[in-house]
Design a protein around this ligand. Structure first.
Ligand SMILES: NC(=O)c1ccc[n+]([C@@H]2O[C@H](COP(=O)([O-])OP(=O)(O)OC[C@H]3O[C@@H](n4cnc5c(N)ncnc54)[C@H](OP(=O)(O)O)[C@@H]3O)[C@@H](O)[C@H]2O)c1
Length: 238
């Protein structure tokens, strides 16, 4: 199913496909330490499992909810391919990120899959703290996570992958009530551009993942029926 909005790609995939399979030898991350911020659910969880499938030596999971992070860790450990550690913290608090960075040590891949979609509302009707929470999580959190983890990046081979959203490129007529989410995701994309320019030794890229039914998606007020939803589960590998 093609999306009912302007599409940036000729082909819209709804599932994993062979050329991005984590089982491909050329996509191996054998021996690497991978950190997933937001690894307890949704895209972050599946990304963590995919990196474990691709041979990561260690996967470190960061988020606020111990129970969901432990569920992801259990899936990784039962696959028997990577060690895993859980780091409880709030990415809007510098000290919890710094503790996690110290505990993990040198890393090779940092995936920032955390995000928050404030309750949809018009600008004039939004509750101020709720509206700002989009920026607090998506922009301030990215800023703090980068500052906490950059000092321990492997100096010879490191990558940061930021999960953004191409909703920020769509006309606002498709995005009723999402001013905080969409504006903060656009600002977040710019933060990654600056990080890439300022850290030429690190591969830094942003990812728009498609449309997946997760807690964040459900908070947006969108309904899955008319959207080209991803199947979501990478079940052929786990
Ligand atoms: N689903 C989609 O269709 C879609 C499309 C485009 C982009 N995205 C982006 O994809 C990313 C992942 O979202 P998702 O769809 O997978 O939804 P999700 O399952 O709700 O994941 C969001 C994750 O962020 C973590 N998080 C939120 N606030 C945090 C905080 N202050 N500190 C630490 N962790 C925090 C949450 O964990 P805790 O609550 O346990 O901390 C959760 O694991 C987001 O950046 C979102 O904007 C999603």
């Amino acid at each position: 199913m093609q999306p009912p909005f302007p599409c940036p790609t000729a082909i819209w995939h709804n599932d994993t496909y062979e050329s991005i399979s984590p089982l491909r030898p050329e996509l191996s991350v054998a021996g690497k330490t991978v950190i997933i911020v937001g690894g307890g659910s949704g895209i972050g969880r599946e990304t963590a499992l995919a990196f474990a499938t691709a041979g990561a030596a260690h996967v470190a999971l960061f988020g606020r909810t111990d129970a969901t992070l432990q569920e992801t860790a259990a899936s990784i450990l039962s696959a028997g391919k990577a060690s895993c550690s859980v780091h409880i913290g709030d990415l809007t608090k510098a000290d919890t990120l710094q503790s996690a960075a110290a505990a993990v040590g040198k890393w090779h891949v940092l995936v920032l899959s955390s995000g928050y979609c404030p309750t949809p509302s018009t600008v004039s009707s939004s509750e101020e703290v709720e509206w700002w929470k989009g920026f607090e999580t998506n922009v301030h959190g990215t800023f703090l996570a980068a500052r906490a983890f950059l000092p321990t990046a492997d100096p010879s081979q490191a990558a940061i992958l930021g999960v953004i959203s191409d909703t920020s490129l769509l006309p606002v007529s498709y995005l009723t009530g999402l001013s905080s989410y969409v504006s903060s995701k656009l600002a977040q994309a710019k933060v990654y551009e600056f990080l890439a320019a300022e850290n030429p030794n690190i591969f830094i890229a942003t990812i728009h993942p498609g449309v997946i039914e997760t807690n964040t998606f459900n908070r947006s007020g969108a309904t899955a029926e008319n959207l080209p939803m991803d199947k979501g589960k990478n079940t052929q590998h786990f």
